[in-house]
Write a protein of this length. Structure first.
Length: 268
């Protein structure tokens, strides 16, 4: 029931702030922002009850996706502090609305009643890094759509509600830089909990994560050293994100839903 209410609150936020359901008035904006905050709060409560209020950390596939969505929605709500970023905030909140319904779905996930704070910190760091890189990928996708429409002289429609392309590109690289640092710390802190990659079912996740780390690292270096931007940068961002998604959720889905197993310590 709470999941349904959270989803509806997110939906109301998206409809009102995008102007689909009502015109852009101070009243509709206030209601939309309030609905978004309500949806986010209920989303967080659901995650607490499903993931944290049980022995260990019951973070299965659906709950992991939902946690990432919750963090993305939180960043989207922060963007609402600046009206010029409303269009981008609507996209991020909409992404979270799609993930809240996944909470609790999937296999048993990793659960250990004696889970210590170092592993919890590693998991939180991994989720934060993935959330930032997900936002960077969303920005890259929006920029790619804008670029394609402008080059083909097509009307940009709802895309004109987004910030200027230069602003979005700078935001994208900001998210990449911070996300890359978080991913680096998450990868190296995860090595502490790895005893046997094969026995802990971490081989595919580790290898793909390292490839994604190399892609984002190369992009950051290319941006700093050679000024990479535009379509070249967008390809690197989307390519790195696809690899990272396969690392975290692709291998997790295969393990939990197809093989009935889960990662041991060292994975989220």
């Amino acid at each position: 029931m709470i999941i349904a209410i959270s989803f509806v609150a997110y939906l109301v936020c998206v409809l009102l702030l995008s102007g689909r359901f009502a015109g852009q008035t101070p009243a509709s904006r206030a209601i939309g922002v309030s609905a978004g905050i309500m949806g986010w709060a209920l989303h967080g409560w659901v995650l607490y009850m499903v993931v944290l209020a049980v022995p260990g950390l019951a973070l299965n596939t659906g709950s992991a996706m939902s946690l990432v969505g919750w963090m993305i929605a939180g960043m989207g709500l922060v963007f609402l502090l600046r009206p010029a970023y409303t269009g981008l905030a609507v996209v991020l909140v909409g992404m979270a609305g799609l993930t809240v319904v996944l909470t609790g779905l999937g296999g048993p996930g990793f659960s250990n009643p004696e889970l210590g704070w170092p592993l919890k910190a590693h998991i939180l760091l991994s989720v934060a890094a993935y959330s930032l890189l997900s936002i960077a990928a969303a920005l890259a996708l929006l920029l790619a759509i804008q670029d394609k429409r402008l080059r083909s002289h097509q009307p940009i429609g709802w895309l004109r509600r987004l910030p200027a392309m230069d602003t979005m590109e700078n935001m994208m690289f900001g998210a990449i830089n911070i996300g890359f640092i978080g991913l680096t710390l998450a990868l190296f802190s995860g090595l502490i909990f790895v005893d046997n990659l094969f026995a802990q079912h971490l081989v595919h996740k580790t290898v793909l994560s390292l490839i994604s780390w190399a892609v984002f690292g190369t992009l950051a270096l290319g941006r700093w050293r050679f000024g990479w931007r535009g379509r070249t940068a967008l390809r690197w961002v989307l390519g790195g994100f696809v690899i990272l998604a396969l690392a975290y959720f692709g291998s997790k889905i295969v393990l939990e839903l197809l093989l009935g197993q889960h990662w041991d310590a060292g994975g989220f």
